[in-house]
Design a protein around this ligand. Sequence first.
Ligand code: PMP
Length: 391
Amino acid sequence: MSLAYPPLSSRLDGLQSSAIRDLLKLTARGDIISLAGGLPDPRLMPLDRIAAATEAALSERARLQYTESAGWGPLLEVLAGRESARLGRPVPVEEVFVTHGSQQALSLLAEVLLDPGALVVVEDPAYVGALQVFRAAGARIVAVPLDAEGMRVDVLSDLLARGERPALVHTVSNFHNPRGVTMSAQRRAGLAELAARHNFWVIEDDPYGELWFDRPVPDPVATYSRNVIRLSSASKILAPALRAGWMVAPAAVCRGVELLKQGADLCGSALTQQITADLLADTEWLAAHVNTVRSSYGERAKALVTELRTRFGDRIVSTDAAGGMFVWADFTDGTDTAALLPRAVEHGVAFVPGAAFAVSTDYRHSMRLCFTTDEPETLAEAVDRLHRAIG
Ligand code: PMP
């Protein structure tokens, strides 16, 4: 008798774990320095402060109850205050919605904003978590390249001039994952202007904006148009385990997201939302904490970039890493990074080959290096191993 199960949905067709992802599982080995991960440093997560906030939250049993689908009221208030300051306009709580990390916001928004076959424009290289969501939603995906000033808005404009009509444009405006770059103020205004003129949504996916090293990032794209839905997250400034992300969107979009969230999980965790509210509301503590994260990451980023230049000279061109968590490096000597990865793993170092983020261009000679979890000496050792792996 056959043990075949009934079929799975056709939405899963074409969604698969990549060979690169499988290889990177190896990098959990203790002897490998992994610049592949993309994780914030657990040593910089505010454990004591989270413990104190947890204890406070557990002081009343009622606080372990289900909460509103849109989020725990006091957290919505804190977020509305933060976002009002960030966007330079009063943001009412009806325009704020808390999600299980900003990743859930992407997934719920895809359902609220996209019909199957809708055109979605992403950046190339792209945040893979967004690609996964848009592919699962059955969208038609078109990529616009990035340069040192972020999304090539002129290329988007050409696309529109050719008659393409996107329902949605996704951008990681600050310290792009994986490309490291930040969109210039002029391009932000340009993108918002196109969104208003051609009536499409923009998702401004911004988990890294606070992690600048020397100077703050330009005003959000969302300051220029109400067509822009802004996503932010506590993952990179506090801890991913809180699973606290949020969006600022027109109230009608928030209502749509609410209906879908009720089906997905009824509501987020009241417990971690209380902890998040407690920490975000303590603005003086938060400013000092974020400063510590910035200066540690800044030091590590500079060490990595300097080491790459010293070891590889002009064989590698890399981003400067002005913030965020990633350096993007291009080999100028034809090195194929997917082919290099197994050799690098043998030498005890890992990275993510550019191909993992590719949409239209293959990024065969590029790689993403994450500098957050290692001290400068370890990063120097990692670059040394990479150099030896190339031979
Ligand atoms: N957007 C981008 C660009 C990211 O890099 C990430 C995390 N890697 C997310 C969204 C999701 O983050 P979270 O769900 O933890 O808020």
